[in-house]
Design a binder for this molecule. Sequence first.
Ligand code: MN
Length: 130
Amino acid sequence: MKQRILVVEDQEDNRRIMRDLLVSAGYEVIEAVSGAEGVEMAASANPDLILMDLQLPLIDGLEATRRIRAEPASSRTPVIAVTSYALSGDNDKALAAGCDAYFSKPVSPRRLLAKVEAVLPKPDGEGDGK
Ligand code: MN
């Protein structure tokens, strides 16, 4: 069974890049275009992993991650923050908000897939048991 990744990203071009990359790598991709929708789908659509853009209008990615962590249905789902500025302190803020890892734009396919594989729980139950 394919592992399901929820991409929360407000920019259509970035969603397309990540969707094409993840689908061609064999993942199922579902998408949310706002923080509120991301919080809702994290709880209702049972993703194995969430890629969370931090720069979203209204409810930003940090607040959305806090809400995902506060919701029992999604509190243990891994979240990778997608940050825009590697040196702005966003990375530390992402970890403080409950993200498991971060990844900075622009999206490098090789780095993104490596990060996803490192954080995604193993589908067959082997591995590190996280
Ligand atoms: Mn954005």
